[in-house]
Each structure stands twice: as structure tokens, then as C-alpha cells.
Design a protein. Structure first.
Length: 238
């Protein structure tokens, strides 16, 4: 077992799986979330419920799960809502970036997390970034985060390691990882309590989780679930 980790926990499927991954490996795990008046407000609001349910349903992890830190980043929300100039919009479109992209968001998240980790004597930061599903986001790429790891360590004179266990996994593999970590109980908890819908809709519960069922976030989650179920069926049959 390693000593301690700080998980960037948004309230979504990926970061919830990363939280379970960390609890299986570290003696002490703390969580940090960022409130910047984001569009997916339901994701932020889902965080406490998931953490509480995780403590209740997985007593073997309860003793390792430490404090949850919620950070107000209203200024980032202001930047995110700043209207793009036509030229900037054209550049984003040319690069295949969605209009929801907030430049430098993950860089700020990890910088804030590193500052907190320094004070909490934690050297490992865990994030749910994934190039396989979100390669269009430059601040979530493996090369970006490796460079940031070096910069944070140098800038604070404190060794920082950034772990991204989902970096090369698709959504089907992410579901499989959750199953390997906590079996069907963890899979069901992620279905019921996490939120990854871009429209913030939690009124419907599908077999893959809560959401509108129409947005790209729901589509990605649903297709991953279907691929995972098909892989499980093949494995069981032969």
C-alpha cells in the first residue's frame, strides 16, 4: 500500500472509478472538487451522495477515505462564460474542440490540488483524464500532464506525481475496471449516484446510469456500457 493520494473527484463516472482505484492502493485517500458554476451543476451536487454511499456500502474502504475538499473557483466560471471572438471560435472549430472547452481548466485544477496536497502531506494526485475518449482536449493529454507534473514538483520544491489510471482506456474498459475493483455493488453505485450528462438531467435512470440519454456524454457512457456487456457475454459463453 502506498501512503496517500488526493483524487480530483468531479462526481462523474470516470473520477468515481479513479476514487475506487485509489482506495484499493493507498492507505489514505482524500478528495477535491471544484465549483465554478459549470454547466453540469448536477455533477457537483452528486459528489456528497456518492461519497456517503461509498462509505456505507464499502466498509473496507471507509477507514481509508479521508476529508473531502470543495474549492470555489468562481473566476474560472467567469472565464468559461466569456464570449469567444469569431477568430477564437474559428480556431476551436478547426481544432475539433467543443464549445464547452475551457482553456487551461485541468491545469488550474491540478495546480489547486497540488497546493492543497502540499499542506496535507500528499504527493500523489489522481485524475480521470482519458485520451482515448477525449483526445480533443489538450489539457487532458498524457504529455500535458507529464509536463505539468514536472512543473509542479519544481515550482513547489515538493515531489508531485500525477496518476491517470484511465488515460488509455475506453468506456467499456472503465466499466470493467470498476467491476474488478468493487464488483457489481460498485458498478451499481456508479450507475445510480454519479453524473456525466452534459445537460444535467438526472430524472431518468438507464441501465448505464442517469442522464438525458441524448447528449454526447450520455452516448459515450451508453455505448461503453453496451460494449462491456457484450464482452462479458462473450467471456461467459466461452
Amino acid at each position: 500500500m502506498q501512503k496517500a493520494a488526493l483524487v480530483l473527484f468531479s462526481g462523474g463516472q470516470d473520477s468515481a472509478t479513479c476514487l475506487a482505484w485509489a482506495l484499493a492502493r493507498f492507505e489514505r485517500v482524500e478528495t477535491i472538487g471544484f465549483d465554478y458554476a459549470q454547466r453540469r451543476r448536477a455533477e457537483v451536487d452528486a459528489r456528497p451522495g456518492f461519497i456517503a454511499a461509498l462509505r456505507e456500502r464499502f466498509p473496507r474502504w471507509e477507514a481509508r477515505l479521508g476529508a473531502d475538499h470543495r474549492v470555489d473557483m468562481g473566476e474560472l466560471g467567469q472565464l468559461a462564460e466569456t464570449a469567444l471572438s469569431p477568430e477564437a471560435q474559428a480556431r476551436m472549430t478547426a481544432k475539433g474542440l467543443p464549445d464547452a472547452f475551457v482553456p487551461g481548466r485541468n491545469l488550474m485544477f491540478f495546480t489547486y490540488a497540488a497546493a492543497l496536497a502540499y499542506r496535507r502531506e500528499i504527493q500523489v494526485l489522481v485524475g480521470g483524464m482519458c485520451e482515448t475518449d477525449y483526445s480533443a482536449y489538450p489539457d487532458g493529454r498524457d504529455d500535458t500532464l507529464k509536463a505539468l507534473q514536472v512543473a509542479l514538483s519544481l515550482g513547489m520544491e515538493y515531489p508531485v506525481t500525477i496518476e491517470t489510471p484511465l488515460m488509455w482506456m475506453d468506456k467499456a474498459a472503465t466499466w470493467q475496471l470498476a467491476f474488478e475493483l468493487g464488483g457489481d455493488p460498485l458498478v451499481q453505485l456508479i450507475r445510480e449516484e454519479t453524473h456525466s450528462c452534459y445537460l444535467g438531467d438526472r430524472s431518468k435512470l438507464f441501465e448505464w446510469g442517469r442522464g438525458c440519454g441524448l447528449c454526447p456524454g450520455c452516448g459515450l457512457r451508453a455505448s461503453g456500457w453496451q460494449a462491456w456487456q457484450e464482452a462479458r457475454a462473450v467471456s461467459a459463453s466461452g
